[in-house]
Design a protein. Sequence first.
Length: 202
Amino acid sequence: MDSCRRMAGVNMRVLVQGQDFNWVRKLRQICREKQIDIAEGESPGILADLLVSDSAQNRGKGILREIPFLIVSGKEDEETILRAFKQGAEDYLISPVSPSIAAARIEGILKRYGWGKSHVSYTPNEYRLMSFMMRHPYHVLSREQILEGAFPEDYEGIDRNVDNYIKDIRKKVKAAGEPERIFTVYGAGYRYVPEGKGLGLK
């Protein structure tokens, strides 16, 4: 089961780094009711669906550099916040912040990536691509636009990677018996259509 597992009946796991012990304890209690497990640690081998860190630079190595991440930090200057978003942060919360608010943001990010709505298991990069396209429904997006908008600045993929990700996503969606949502617009790119309804050629 990969780091972004998405199977029915399996709780999602959030890895938390660099946060106050009591804050994490309260967050864990709240998230448990939402079927979200909270883990703490620095190991790049820990399986997680989302990372909560105090800095984009402190995410470690390996798979932790690939999964979606949320920043919770006491730094509130505009430059730091904008840098975090440039590096791919899903959201930025300025601490101190209520664990309840953080839990709501965590749940929102996981749902944006499809948690709780699908039996499809996506890889981290497939998650990023799907999330970006879901935020731009019905828009025709070129490969270049998807690469620039879905992945962090240090991603080294080429435009054909987009074709491969979408090909794999379609296979998984079909195998799960779910409706197609990404359509090919020949000569232009791809279009995401909610619930698989609308125009477009696959």
